[in-house]
Design a protein around this ligand. Structure first.
Ligand SMILES: O=C(O)c1cc(C(=O)O)c2c(n1)C(=O)C(=O)c1cc(C(=O)O)[nH]c1-2
Length: 258
């Protein structure tokens, strides 16, 4: 298992809270910010088709985050936690005057010349992306709410990736209206707030050495999901191996309706 070995070694002494937090944060070296597709995107090496493919596929993740958070609420008997957690659903679905994150992502899609219908139909969602995202939602359905809170902690590493996009996209992809990057701006503060809550739940709940190892493995599972998502996109749009490529294709984006 190479670099992951330490998570499986039996040890009975729990880490101190700060050591445990450090170990969770060290997982940042496996964040998808280091995936070759993301590096190419930040360096301006993505084609318009590759950007469109990423935006259309990532929309499936966006669409499922509120479903995932509703599953967390459904498993949580603690009213104080629900009061705080429900904000995550409102962040994405919006409320009152606030159109929310899903609407902001659709705006991004339209700026990339994808229609609302292209996004909402999920017609460009690759099977590998679907499976990875569904695994996250299904995990939140079956896990305890504290385990699900722990799985959201990849967001510790998200502000940096959103900031990178805000910094590099206007330079590299001037064909995308910068007003459409509002989603990334919005997430900078929302992700920090989510992490404060998710981290306090995780540090308080996972106390024994065994539980701490479990938490680290849950975080690894979530890192795997994000990494697999980009692997699926790379397979189709970098290596030109979309599903059923033996049939050939005559369109810009792979679509499940072919
Ligand atoms: O753009 C990204 O790289 C990225 C990563 C993640 C993440 O680390 O899970 C989230 C988001 N964005 C995001 O926008 C978002 O709303 C979000 C919610 C969650 C979660 O696990 O509850 N992760 C993420």
């Amino acid at each position: 298992m190479g670099m992951l070995d330490h998570e499986y070694q039996a040890s009975s002494a729990p880490l101190s809270t700060s050591e445990f937090e450090n170990r969770l944060r060290e997982k940042g070296h496996l964040y998808h910010i280091h995936h070759p597709f993301h590096i190419a995107m930040h360096q301006g090496r993505c084609s318009k088709t590759q950007i469109r493919a990423w935006v259309a596929n990532r929309f499936y993740y966006q669409s499922n985050i509120p479903i995932k958070d509703a599953a967390v609420l459904a498993n949580c008997m603690d009213q104080a936690t629900r009061r705080e957690w429900v904000q995550r659903i409102l962040d994405h679905d919006g409320r009152g005057e606030d159109p929310g994150g899903i609407a902001a992502w659709i705006h991004l899609g339209e700026a990339c010349r994808l229609s609302r219908e292209d996004l909402l139909s999920h017609r460009y969602v690759l099977p590998g992306v679907r499976f990875a995202v569904d695994a996250y939602v299904n995990f939140a359905r079956r896990a305890t709410w504290q385990e699900a809170a722990c799985s959201s902690l990849t967001e510790m590493f998200a502000p940096e990736i959103h900031q990178n996009r805000l910094d590099s996209w206007p330079r590299h992809y001037p064909w995308i209206d910068t007003n459409a990057l509002g989603y990334f701006r919005k997430r900078l503060s929302e992700a920090r707030r989510d992490v404060d809550h998710g981290l306090s739940v995780t540090l308080a709940h996972f106390r024994s050495a065994e539980q701490q190892r479990k938490a680290l493995n849950i975080l690894q599972f979530k890192l795997d999901i994000l990494w697999c998502l980009l692997d699926a996109i790379s397979m189709a749009y970098v290596y030109d191996r979309p599903p059923y490529h033996h049939l050939g294709r005559d369109q810009e984006l792979w679509s499940h309706s072919v």
